[in-house]
Design a binder for this molecule. Structure first.
Ligand code: GDP
Length: 477
């Protein structure tokens, strides 16, 4: 880096080793040194990373083409606040015949599947059960399009509202067909025709007006109109989409939700998009990895395998992935870990590159405003067993669903300058277990406002972190 900074200096660019530069500057730098620079997207990089492990996504897609089978549609419910998204998701769920037959206990795992009777044939429909379209947006931002169809809920006693418009824009931008649920028709002041008229202005023209969008009047409260709504979803799917996947191969998909659970460790709800996920599979989810120890469905029942469009809660990951992270099954544990580690390293580099003076002050402000819910940690220790044990125990701390703990980096050895740099970027606290900082690192930490906490007893570290996380729940002003 120092040599490059010098060359840049001679080119008239005053840069530091961790500074972002524009493409033109990189090209000038390359030309000066006799290299051709090509700018690669993170997606391309990840593809290359996977190829280095003999995983060729394009080739898999081509070979899947011969073994495609129909798969259930994946549906997201969107709409303005209070228009009845939550209630509708509950009402739809209660229509499932299988659930009541087998007497499972409803679990909210972030997604569920219901069986629908379609002209005498049972068909499954998967619902993403994270009301609001945040999940939808976050996942789209990461390039994973999980939703096939959006149900737009509009309250018939209210009408089109800002978030209704936002939801329409999201769905249209993602090219996702919309089915409109005109909700609360049980109310006296309900005016379903008005809703139809209003939505026409946004390009959603009801079939009965000569358009191609299905509108269904429902009452989520009275659980009326659910079969019709589900039927509309299936008809729209059949008319507009060709939903298929190869079930007879290694699974790939996306994490919909993930959290830490006391006792169970990292828990992630994964939606299978292709292939079949089995208990025992070695998986990589974003930069998390592990072996599928157990899987549960939305009724809390153990399942051994999950086919395309099936959401399952997965236990066995060593850390918590992010919602929207894609997952894939690797040939063995070692490969899974290596891919995850390489991704984590790439993420850290990207973060370093994108560094724009995030300060601890910003972090504290965001904390007070409730914009931060994750405590980032870097763990350094004298032996790997201790680091792992510490990480394990830390990840098992449970202070409720609203606060999370994320270990962004771990390692054996002294606290280094690199650790401090990472901590600055991610507003992380460094946990040093039986190790001291390398030379001049403590000064750097002081000047960057990074906290390094030293421990010789695991239990003390756990106590402090638990306190900190509780503090995050109830900030003291
Ligand atoms: P969300 O914010 O979109 O998830 O909306 P909720 O599902 O929480 O519903 C908001 C409010 O509307 C709650 O008080 C519900 O009981 C009520 N609600 C939802 N659906 C209906 C319905 O079909 N009829 C009536 N009368 N009230 C409903």
């Amino acid at each position: 880096p120092a040599a490059l900074v010098t060359v840049l200096f001679h080119l008239g660019e005053m840069a530091t080793a961790t500074q972002s530069l524009d493409q033109g500057t990189f090209e000038a730098l390359g030309a000066e040194l006799g290299y051709q620079i090509s700018v690669v997207s993170p997606e391309d990089e990840d593809r290359e990373l996977l190829e280095s492990f003999d995983i060729d996504l394009d080739a898999e897609e081509r070979s899947d083409a011969d073994s495609l089978m129909p798969r259930p549609p994946v549906v997201t419910v969107m709409g303005h606040v209070d228009h009845g998204k939550t209630k509708l998701l509950d009402a739809i769920r209660s229509t499932d015949v299988v659930e009541s037959e087998h007497g499972g206990i409803t679990q909210h795992i972030g997604a569920y599947q219901v069986k629908v009777d379609h002209d005498g044939t049972p068909r499954a429909v998967t619902f993403i059960d994270t009301p609001g379209h945040e999940a939808f947006t976050a996942m789209r931002a990461r390039g994973t399009k999980v939703t096939d169809i959006a149900i737009l809920v509009v309250a018939a006693d209210d009408g089109v509202m800002p978030q209704t418009v936002e939801a329409i824009n999201h769905a249209q931008a993602a090219d996702v067909p919309i089915v409109v649920a005109v909700n609360k028709v049980d109310k006296e002041e309900a005016n379903p025709d008005k809703i139809r008229g209003q939505l026409t202005e946004y390009g959603l023209v009801p079939e009965e007006y000569g358009g191609d969008v299905m509108f269904v009047d429902v009452s989520a409260k009275n659980r009326q109109g659910m079969p019709e709504l589900l039927e509309a979803v299936l008809l729209t799917a059949d008319a507009a989409l060709d939903l298929s996947a190869n079930p007879n191969t290694e699974a790939r998909g996306v994490a919909i939700e993930a959290n830490l659970d006391r006792g169970r460790g990292a828990v992630a709800t994964m939606l299978v998009e292709r292939g079949t996920l089995h208990v025992g599979d070695a998986v990589v989810v974003g930069s998390a990895h592990g072996r599928v120890r157990a899987m549960f469905d939305e009724n809390g029942r153990n399942v051994e395998e999950a086919t395309p469009s099936r959401p399952v809660q997965v236990l066995g990951l060593t850390s918590v992935p992010r919602a929207g992270d894609s997952f894939l099954v690797a040939s063995d544990d070692r490969t899974a870990r290596q891919i995850a580690d390489k991704r984590a390293a790439a993420e850290r580099q990207a973060q370093l590159a994108a560094r724009r003076g995030t300060t601890l002050e910003d972090f504290n402000r965001m904390l007070e405003e409730g914009k931060v819910d994750t405590l980032n940690l870097i763990i350094k220790g004298d032996v790997s067993g201790a680091v792992e044990a510490l990480e394990d125990s830390l990840l098992k701390i449970d202070v409720g669903e609203d606060v999370q703990l994320r270990v962004i980096h771990r390692g054996v050895g002294a606290v280094t300058q690199n650790d401090v740099n990472l901590a600055t970027v991610d507003n992380a606290v460094i946990i040093a277990f039986n190790v001291r900082p390398a030379e001049r690192v403590q000064e750097l930490a002081n000047s960057e406002g990074v906290e390094i906490k030293y421990y010789t007893v695991i239990y003390r570290a756990l106590e402090d972190i638990e306190q900190a996380m509780k503090g995050m729940l109830k900030p003291i002003y």
